[in-house]
Design a protein around this ligand. Structure first.
Ligand code: LLP
Length: 428
């Protein structure tokens, strides 16, 4: 396999680069996300190299995949900008030292305050998801005495052929404006004072393995670029979104070389700066979730391996039936068939169903693989569990990049005084 995941057996113990995962468990506890900086860099370079035939290219990492400042710092060093969807992600990208001009702001529900925050920060492009958002942005820019540069996001009505919950480019999805309305909306917004439209944006979904729907969407965008130019619009930028998938089992990842070649071919006459916003492809393989086996409990069909990571720490299996490999940190060659489940009180808190896995016993360490994207970023404190810790490894050193935080510290609680009095009455 061409991918370099940064996690491999050395001797008897699984390592993250040069660091035994057992050492991290001892120092930081479990559950803990562990990222490999080298793996992130390798994926970022692979992606950039594959798109090198494109003359004017601007790469932005989709921050939602992994907003850790340490991860963003690695990608800043790799000359990635940021694709953001909230004021919080804007703050993270800037804190990681990303240049505001390299930031592109998408999202269907930006608040007026977030639009103002983006303008003050000097964000490179705001991707408009609707006409009224463009009007509000223009008015905000005039009020603040700042200029707004924006792209209009198009919904091309192309089915990405991925999981229904991560498809974004069909006409029943909330993203962008319908292709049929695009010219009218662009014409009207281009006349607004305070707003400079640079072009268009598209993103049809995530975990896409078949390039055909991406190509179909890009061709529609190419036709729209030509039509807009014919009406006198100056189109300098097109944002192609993210979406290239990775393999979570033992097959090949989305073919990034073929993707680069396809993009270069389809866009060769566009004469624009192309923006691409990968998230998963860059980060998925660069992270594991390190966990400890709490119990091995007999079951009717096969035993339940109860681990100390739950769906609150890694939501993908519960949300999308996603597959993540489970592996022992010190495998002994034996296997067992088991359900791997977390401690959360929901049946969907299950990572593997009757799967053949490394044999583990109570107290053993294990990992769930390929969780560097949409893992920690989707974690919660459900069941009043602590917010999971994160560690970055590079070579033979590691550092905690996000400490474990108790649920009570994440969401400090206030009991109104009238309820306290009631509680006292009750106790009396
Ligand atoms: N650009 C935009 C506008 C997006 O909405 C997304 C992802 C990306 C770029 C990055 O897409 P990627 O290259 O990572 O496929 N939580 C789900 C994935 C949701 C993706 C949302 N948008 C999961 O765990 O599979």
């Amino acid at each position: 396999m061409s991918r370099d995941t940064g996690f491999a057996l050395r001797g008897e113990v699984l390592h993250a680069e040069g660091v035994p995962l057992s050492r991290i468990a001892q120092g930081v506890g479990t559950p803990t996300y562990v990222y490999s900086a080298s793996s992130l860099r390798a994926a970022a370079r692979r992606f950039r190299a594959a798109l090198s035939p494109i003359p004017r290219l601007s790469l932005a990492f989709a921050v939602k995949a992994n907003p850790s400042l340490a991860v963003l710092s690695v990608l800043r060093d790799e000359r990635f900008g940021a694709d953001i969807v909230s004021g919080g992600e804007l703050t993270a990208a800037l804190a990681a030292g990303m240049d505001a001009s390299s930031i592109v702001y998408s999202g269907v529900g930006k608040t007026p305050e977030e639009l103002a925050q983006a303008l003050r920060a000097g964000v490179g492009h705001i991707n408009l998801e609707g006409e009224h958002e463009g009007e509000v942005l223009a008015a905000t820019a005039v009020r603040l005495g700042l200029g707004a540069t924006a792209l209009l996001r198009i919904n091309p009505n192309v089915d990405a052929g991925t999981h229904a919950k991560i498809t974004t480019g069909t006409s029943d999805s909330k993203f962008g404006v319908p292709l049929a309305d695009a010219i009218g909306i662009y014409d009207r917004l281009a006349r607004r004072r305070g707003l400079t439209l640079h072009g268009i944006a598209v993103h049809i979904g995530s975990q896409i393995m078949d390039l055909a729907p991406l190509e179909a969407a890009y061709r529609r965008i190419g036709e729209l670029v030509a039509a807009l130019r014919a009406r006198g619009h100056r189109i300098t930028h097109v944002d192609l979104g993210g979406g290239l998938g990775v393999d979570y089992r033992d097959g090949p990842d989305g073919d990034v070389a073929a993707y680069g070649a396809m993009v270069a071919r389809v866009t060769q006459d566009w004469d624009v700066t192309l923006m691409v916003e990968p998230g998963r492809y860059i980060a998925a393989h660069a992270g594991v979730l390190l966990t400890r086996v709490l119990w091995v409990k007999p079951g009717e069909e096969c035993p339940f391996v109860v681990i100390d990571a739950g769906m609150n720490d890694l939501a993908r299996p519960a949300l999308y039936d996603a597959w993540h490999e489970f592996a022992a940190v010190t495998p002994n060659g034996a296997t067992m068939q088991a359900h791997v489940v977390g401690p959360v009180c929901e049946s969907s808190d299950r990572f593997a169903k009757a799967r053949l896995i490394d044999r583990v016993r109570e107290g053993d360490l294990a990992i769930l693989r390929d969780v560097g994207a949409y893992g920690a970023s989707m974690a919660s404190c459900y069941n009043s569990r602590a917010l999971v810790a994160e560690v970055m490894v590079e070579g033979d050193r590691y550092a905690v990049i996000a400490p474990r935080i108790d649920a009570a510290a994440i969401r400090p609680q206030v009991v109104p005084d009238w309820l306290e009095a009631h509680a006292l009455d009750h106790a009396a």
